[in-house]
Write a protein that binds this ligand. Structure first.
Ligand code: CO
Length: 211
């Protein structure tokens, strides 16, 4: 059996097991999803959101990309955010990075990763520039990567707060709260590193009037 065929076999077994334990499981999820959380995480295969938070299908709306970035021209992440905030009415947005992130490590090098990856990683280099004083004071390379992982999560939460999608929801509905978390590959534990409650003020240059 080919490796991908095994996935289909496991899926059949999973669906059957679910139905045995709860005959209404799929029926309940079929017509409606009311997740309370939007998760913006890294695509890394070692950080599966539902598994590490012990949540079930229907509980978390998920977007993942390399190094969990919120780029203000990325139609993909903004569409997910718009739908989650304005249609699903989610209460919390969680940006979850992870220590030892390959994307963050790559951004700390001077390697040419060609075309699209250079464009993507440039955003992380900008965060390094903003926080250069602190990062330059860290001599251990692994510690430096891990601190930039934390700062990246913090900056992505700020990027969410800079968006009119979030600012409008804060004004009209006093939600969602924004959370910056970092998952530890070594111990499986999530470290909350940054939080912005709905309505928090940011640098005034980013705050929209007449929302
Ligand atoms: Co990563």
């Amino acid at each position: 059996m080919k490796s991908y065929e095994l996935l289909l076999e496991y899926n059949k077994k999973w669906a059957a097991d679910k139905t045995i334990h709860d005959p209404t499981f799929f029926q309940q999820l079929k017509d409606v999803q009311t997740p309370e959380f939007l998760w913006i995480g890294c695509s890394d295969s070692r950080v599966p959101p539902n598994e590490i938070t012990q949540t079930k299908p229907g509980e978390i709306f998920i977007h993942r990309n390399v190094a969990n970035l919120v780029i203000n021209t990325d139609v993909n992440v903004l569409s997910v955010l718009d739908y989650a905030v304005n249609h699903l009415k989610i209460k919390h947005v969680i940006v979850c990075g992870h220590y030892g992130c390959g994307g963050v490590k790559a951004a700390l090098t001077n390697n040419d990763f060609k075309y699209v990856l250079n464009m993507w990683l440039r955003n992380i280099k900008d965060i390094h520039r903003i926080h250069r004083n602190e990062l330059d004071s860290i001599t251990d390379e692994e510690a430096k990567v891990d601190r930039l992982v934390e700062l990246n999560v913090q900056e992505q939460v700020l990027n969410l707060a800079k968006s009119s999608i979030i600012q409008r929801a804060w004004k009209e509905d006093k939600r969602p709260d924004l959370h910056g978390w970092v998952y530890g590959l070594k111990n499986g534990v999530i470290n909350p590193v940054f939080e912005m409650k709905a309505g928090t003020h940011i640098d005034p240059i980013y705050e929209f009037e007449n929302l």
